[in-house]
Structure formats: structure tokens, C-alpha cells
Design a protein around this ligand. Structure first.
Ligand code: BGC
Length: 765
């Protein structure tokens, strides 16, 4: 897209017309076109920086929300007039929540054509699991353990969002969490740092592609740095207080993986970590991220998190908050208004070094150059492309593929599933079964309400059976995050009778129950993890008349499912699967797709077990020496184990593992192999998982840790030898000095289909 006024300006300059007074303050188009193609981005950044006033540099560090209140509370002084004024002065470097080519172009035009230097804006948006065509929520995608599919899903999300004018996504969220009470577990990859790192890497690759300047890729943002997922008691935004070992071995690895993948931005977090808010945390941002990991992109604050250092009890006032955030390495202020209002004075009075401002502005400009915004600030603003790309059939196909891969079969007694395709009376029960909004899950800002395929629609595509639907007491679904209260029915049982009547006549009852779309996500912590509202009562009422129930769960977090596991013959974990939800579920129920998902988080037996995670430590009293002994690490009322362990998931076929071999090649290399056989009657995929236990070390190690996995597809009776190589990276760990070490000693290697596998081999290094 060529900008006319720039061309006119350039022509004037070429002819030496004196009115072209912006020589050193040339507009960006002129500047970039006059640079030789070999000139490095760093030189371009430095040259531009040298032309900037202090206020303009600080302007780059200021990010405003679009002109409506979308993903967080707007500050009281956040009036649109002020924002426009700042835009025109070049005091804004980025906008978020602006979308649609027309809107973005309008604002970009102000930055490019009305400011002194014409520096384009970087446009951020929460493209978390898609833009308009939604993929499963990230936790669900993680259950696929399919890195190629996850990467593809991010690629699709990037292409669709980039067509709508966006060039920066606030994703992936790579926070490890062991607490299902925390609503944002839906947005991450679960509890494990190894799986989480692989997924983090894949997502960054998917969003950013191999060419960041391409019009269909986005700059990614690893968030929330750090330990946001360790909020005490699972309560949103709460304090995180964790030790060095957990920080280094569990929290940091996925973040480091995003740096390895070349992620261009980071977001810090709302929480304090060990007494210091992440936003004002020099150790996290300067020492670790920009120092040890040599990250050369920029760090954006979370929404208002600079200002929030005041209620945290860390900053005295606005000025103090701005000072501490910038000194600690927060480069861009999202919606606190504090950089734009306070930083210039802080620099003038010497409290903040100008070098920090230069460094922050440089980092932001670098990413803008890499995105190609200086070559063409409107490259993401092609109305024709927007029309053609958004909602493409290919995106729906990718979304369906990802959705099927994300489903986890938790129970299937007497092969109730897959359902027979002919001659059956099927009762479909539950408001979520016809719901076309909830499956979109949380973070669906650009998706249209009612745009998901419902389970009812998905099942209606199979016409060989008689399908009867009983909706039963609607849920109120909430249109957008702030404009409509999210409610779930807690009282109305008036339609139970109808559901029971339908169930009585059925051969099989499919019940779709769980959480509505906005019951998980930001600000959606819960203390109870059962089925909300009257759903449990409904389930039991139906069970009393027909026990042949397939429970299909729609939820954004692990739930407590003891009754269900004990009583129901079949349970399908279908999360919130996005736009193609109903088709994916129906294809799995009818056996056109054999489920292969494995849980990325442990499902507790009771909320009181939380935090519960497979890679815990052993304690000095791990097991009961004799049945009568009290004094060992346990509960009186519930056993220690989760109901469904990490890595667990069934298939319509069965797999057998044999012949595990572990061979020490050298002190830092071990080869492992195992044979996997499909012993059932369906073609199926299995996630072969390798766990390591380091028996003793200078810092105690978990009872076992995932260190490898492979997704293997086998025909019935086919077998395959699977090999793994363990190197220093898998065999070592971070000690409490933060050094990565490999200590010789005894190790056990476990291989199998979930984290409780007993097939093991011992080695000594
Ligand atoms: C969230 C971030 C998000 C930001 C912008 C915040 O409330 O914590 O993850 O990117 O809002 O929408």
C-alpha cells in the first residue's frame, strides 16, 4: 500500500524544494526507502533514535487501549480526546484492542502522517486461540500433545488476525499452573514445564513464522513473566511466593523456550513474586530475561500493572511506580498512563537514566522494523485481504482438526463408545449441547456469538439414529466480558421431567455438561470444581432412569469427577473446542475419529488436594509403612493420587508397551527404546511418554519428570520401536544458585501411556 502524501513529500525532496523541512525528521517511508538495503536494522534504529526527542522516545513506550473498555478497567483519566492528542504528538507507540482494517488504518494514519517523525504504531490484540475462527482453548490444544497441529493453529490465528490489521498478539501464555481453581489455566499448557516448553516453542513459531515482516505473521508475546500461575489459593492476581528451585525448574523453562524460538516480546505480570511485583522486578526483567537469556525484544507491562504497584504496597505514588517499572526493565506501559505522564520529569531530575529510555525505545523500534512497519505501515491494512482471509474454509478445517486432536477419553466401559450409527434411540440432554457460544471459551473478543457448531448440530449430521434433544434449563451465556453478567442456572429444575422422559426411552443418553464459556479465564477463579448450577442434580436424576450415559464435558479447567468416574460408563473431556466444537465431538462419539488426547493437568479427587501435580517431591515419609500408621504424608479422607493423572487419556483401541531398554552411552547421554503395539481393533494414536527420576541430588528432584514424548500412530496389531535420546538437557536440573548441573547418580526411566506408568529401567551415570 503506498502512502500518497509520503510520495508527494519524497518528490518535493528529490527536487530540492525548501518546503521539505522534515529532512532529519523525515517521514518513515522516506527514511526507509533512502536507506540502502544492506543497512542493518540496528543502524536504522540508532539513526531514528538520534532524531527523537525525549518525549518521542517515551511516546514509543506508551500503549493505549482502543477507544472502548475491552479487556480491563479503563483508567479514569483515559479519555479519548487525550489519546488522540497524544497520538498526534507522537506520544503513543502502540495501541491494543483495535481491530478491523478500517479502524487500524484510521489510527495508523494519524501516527504516520500527523506526527513529526511518522513512526508507525504496533497494534496488539489478544489472539489467544484464534481471531474470528476459534481453535480450542490453549489448555485443550495442549491435550493433543501434537506440536505440529498446535503450531499450525497459531499460524492460522496469525493469518486471520493479521488480515484484520493486527500485527502483535499477546500470546502465548506460558504460565505453568498446578491449581485448577485459577481460571486462567484454560489459557496455558497445564502443569508440566517440559510439555509447556515444547508447546510454547511451537506456538511462537506458529505466530511469528519464518518471516516476521510477512503480512500474515504476528509478533508473539510470552506472558506473564513470571509466576502468575502460582497465585496463592488459585485466587486471580494473588501473591506468588515460591522458591528458587521451583522458579528455575518449573516457571522459567517455558519462558526460556520462547526466547529460544525467537519471541519478540514479553509481558510481565500482575502478581508480586517473593515480595516484589513482577512489573518492578529487576531480577526477572533485567538480570534473567535481558541479561542471562539475552532477550533483545521488548517487555510490555500487563494492563495497568505499573500503577498497580501502588496498591501492592511497593510504590509510593504514580511517579515512584513509573520510576521503578522502567528501572526494572518494563519497556512499555499498557494503560497506566504513567510513562507518558511521569517519565520525562524523572529523567530530567536524574532519577531515571536516559539510557534506560533509549534502550526501551530501541527495543520497541527494533520490533517495528522487523515487522516491516517502516517499509509499509499499512501492510496489515488491506481491506480486500481482510474480506478474503477472515473466516476462510481452510481455517475451519484446521480448527476442526485441532478440536478432534484435543479431546480426551476419560472412561469407556464395555465399549459404549463409539456409538452405533444405526437403529439407536439417542437422548441428548443439557443446555450446553445446543449452545453455540460457550464452546468458543474465554478470550474470544473477535469471534461472533453463536458462531460455534453445537453438539446438537454435530450429532444431527449423523442421521441413522433417532436423536431427541432435551435442553433443560438454559444458561445465560454472557455476550461480552463486561457488558453482560455471566450466569448459570442454579435453581430452575422445571424441565427435569422432560429430560427424564426422553432419557427413559433412549438406548444411550449423551449429556453435555460443564462450565459455560466465561466460567474460566481471567478473573474466573472458583473454589468448587464440580459441575456448576443444577447440572449434577440433573445428571443424577437422569442416571436414576437410564445408566447408559455418555458424559461429554465442556470446561476450561480440571474438574472434580469422582461420582462420574464411579457411576458413568463413558466420559469424554471435550473442553471448549472453538468454532468446530460440535462436529469434532460428534465425530469422536461416532468413532469417525479415534481420540488420542492426554491430560496436560492432573484432575484432583478433591479441591483440598490442590495444588496437585504429578512431578511433586517425595517427602521423608512418602508411603505408609504399615496400614495402621498415622504419621506419613497423607490425608485422612482422600487418597494422595489424583483421579486422572497427568498424561492420562484412553483410546478406542488399546496399546501395549514392552521391551524397555536404557543404554548409557556416556556420562551425559542415554539411549532409550521401547516397543509399542496396538492390541485393539481400531487404528489409533498413542502419546508415548518418557519420565525420569533422579534418585538423589544436591537439590531434591521430583518423583518423576516428563523428559520426552512421541505421538505414534498404529494400525491394529502393528508395532513399532520408539527411541529417545536423553542428553544433559534432559538429565540435568537447575540448582539453587541458578546453575544448570548434571550430577552423577542413580536414575530411573519410566515409559508408558501416562505419568503413573510402572514400566521402568534403572541406570547409573
Ligand atoms: C491480561 C493480559 C492481556 C491484557 C490485554 C490483561 O488483563 O492479563 O493477558 O493480554 O489484559 O488484554
Amino acid at each position: 500500500m503506498i502512502n500518497q502524501s509520503l510520495i508527494i513529500g519524497l518528490i518535493f525532496c528529490l527536487f530540492g524544494i525548501q518546503s521539505c523541512k522534515k529532512v532529519d525528521s523525515t517521514t518513515t517511508k522516506e527514511r526507509s526507502s533512502s536507506l540502502s538495503s544492506v543497512e542493518h536494522i540496528e543502524q536504522k534504529v540508532t539513526r531514528l533514535l538520534n532524531q527523537m526527542t525525549l518525549e518521542e522516545k517515551i511516546g514509543q513506550m506508551n500503549q493505549y487501549n482502543g477507544f472502548w473498555d475491552l479487556t480491563g478497567p479503563a483508567p479514569s483519566n483515559g479519555d479519548a480526546a487525550k489519546k488522540y492528542e497524544h497520538l498526534r504528538k507522537g506520544y503513543v507507540g502502540s495501541m491494543l484492542n483495535l481491530r478491523g482494517v478500517e479502524n487500524v488504518r484510521k489510527i495508523q494514519k494519524i501516527a504516520v502522517e500527523e506526527t513529526r517523525l511518522g513512526i508507525p504504531l504496533i497494534i496488539g490484540f489478544d489472539v489467544i486461540h484464534g481471531y474470528e475462527t476459534l481453535s480450542p482453548i490453549p489448555l485443550a490444544e495442549s491435550a493433543s500433545w501434537d506440536l505440529e497441529a498446535i503450531k499450525k493453529s497459531a499460524e492460522v490465528a496469525a493469518e486471520e488476525a493479521a488480515a484484520a490489521g493486527i500485527n502483535w498478539t499477546f500470546a502465548p501464555m506460558v504460565d505453568i499452573s498446578r491449581d485448577a481453581r485459577w481460571g486462567r489455566v484454560m489459557e496455558g499448557a497445564g502443569e508440566d514445564p517440559y510439555l509447556g516448553s515444547k508447546i510454547a516453542f511451537a506456538r511462537v513459531q506458529g505466530f511469528q513464522g519464518s518471516d516476521l515482516s510477512h503480512h500474515s505473521t504476528l509478533a508473539a508475546c510470552a506472558k506473564h513473566f513470571a509466576a502468575y500461575g502460582f497465585a496463592e489459593s488459585g485466587r486471580e492476581y494473588n501473591t506468588a511466593d515460591i522458591g528458587t528451585s521451583t522458579l528455575n525448574n518449573s516457571v522459567f523453562p517455558p519462558f526460556q523456550a520462547t526466547v529460544d524460538a525467537g519471541v519478540r516480546t514479553f509481558m510481565n505480570s500482575f502478581n508480586e513474586l517473593n515480595g516484589i511485583p513482577a512489573t518492578g522486578n529487576t531480577y526477572l526483567q533485567r538480570d534473567i530475561l535481558k541479561g542471562k537469556w539475552e532477550f533483545d525484544g521488548f517487555v510490555v507491562s500487563d494492563w495497568g500493572s505499573i500503577e498497580e504497584m501502588i496498591p501492592h504496597g511497593y510504590a509510593k505514588d504514580n511517579k515512584h511506580a513509573a520510576q521503578m517499572a522502567v528501572n526494572a526493565g518494563s519497556d512499555m506501559d499498557m494503560e497506566s498512563y504513567l510513562y507518558v505522564n511521569e517519565l520525562a520529569n524523572l529523567v530530567r531530575e536524574g532519577t531515571v537514566k536516559e539510557a534506560y529510555i533509549d534502550d526501551a525505545a530501541k527495543r520497541i523500534l527494533r520490533v517495528k522494523f522487523e515487522l516491516g512497519l517502516f517499509d509499509d505501515p499499512y501492510k496489515y491494512c488491506d481491506a480486500q485481504r481482510e474480506k478474503e482471509v477472515i473466516g476462510q474454509q481452510a481455517f475451519h478445517e484446521a480448527s476442526l482438526d485441532m478440536a478432534k486432536k484435543s479431546i480426551v477419553l476419560l472412561k469407556n466401559e464395555n465399549q459404549l463408545l463409539p456409538l452405533k450409527k444405526q437403529g439407536q434411540k439417542i437422548a441428548l440432554i443439557g443446555a450446553l449441547a445446543s449452545d453455540k457460544t460457550s464452546p468458543l471459551g474465554s478470550w474470544r473478543i473477535a469471534a461472533k456469538d453463536n458462531s460455534a457448531v453445537s453438539v446438537l448440530e454435530g450429532m444431527q449430521a449423523y442421521t441413522g439414529n433417532q436423536l431427541t434433544y432435551a435442553k433443560v434449563a438454559d444458561v445465560s451465556l454472557g455476550k461480552t466480558k463486561f457488558t453482560e453478567e455471566v450466569k448459570i442456572n442454579t435453581t430452575d429444575k422445571s424441565e427435569f421431567t422432560q429430560a427424564i422422559a426422553v432419557a427413559k426411552k433412549a438406548d444411550v443418553v449423551v449429556m453435555v455438561l460443564g462450565e459455560i464459556g466465561y466460567q474460566s479465564g481471567e478473573g474466573r477463579s472458583r473454589t468448587e470444581l464440580g459441575l456448576p448450577g443444577v447440572q449434577q442434580e440433573l445428571l443424577e436424576a437422569v442416571y436414576n432412569v437410564n445408566k447408559n450415559i455418555v458424559l461429554v464435558l465442556n470446561n476450561g479447567r480440571p474438574l472434580v469427577l469422582n461420582w462420574h468416574q464411579e457411576h458413568l460408563p463413558a466420559i469424554v473431556e471435550a473442553w471448549q473446542l472453538g468454532t468446530q466444537s460440535g462436529n469434532a465431538i460428534a465425530q469422536v462419539l461416532y468413532g469417525d475419529y479415534n481420540p488420542s488426547g492426554k491430560l496436560p493437568m492432573s484432575f484432583p479427587r478433591a479441591v483440598g488436594q490442590i495444588p496437585i501435580y504429578y512431578n511433586h517431591k517425595n517427602t521423608g515419609r512418602p508411603i505408609m509403612p504399615t496400614p495402621s500408621t498415622v504419621f506419613w504424608s497423607h490425608y485422612q479422607d482422600v487418597e494422595n493420587t489424583p483421579l486422572y493423572p497427568f498424561g492420562f487419556g484412553l483410546s478406542y483401541t488399546t496399546f501395549e508397551y514392552s521391551d524397555l531398554q536404557a543404554q548409557v552411552v556416556s556420562t551425559n547421554e542415554v539411549n532409550v527404546s521401547v516397543t509399542l503395539r496396538n492390541t485393539g481393533t481400531f487404528t489409533g494414536k498413542e502419546v508415548v511418554q518418557l519420565y525420569l527420576k533422579d534418585h538423589y541430588a544436591s537439590v531434591t528432584r521430583p518423583v518423576r519428570e516428563l523428559k520426552g514424548f512421541e505421538l505414534v500412530r498404529l494400525e491394529p496389531n502393528e508395532h513399532k520401536k520408539i527411541s529417545f535420546k536423553l542428553t544433559e538437557k534432559e538429565l540435568g536440573f537447575y540448582n539453587n544458585a541458578g546453575d544448570f548441573v548434571l550430577e552423577p547418580g542413580d536414575f530411573s526411566i519410566f515409559v508408558g501411556g501416562d505419568s503413573t506408568t510402572n514400566l521402568q529401567s534403572k541406570i547409573t551415570l
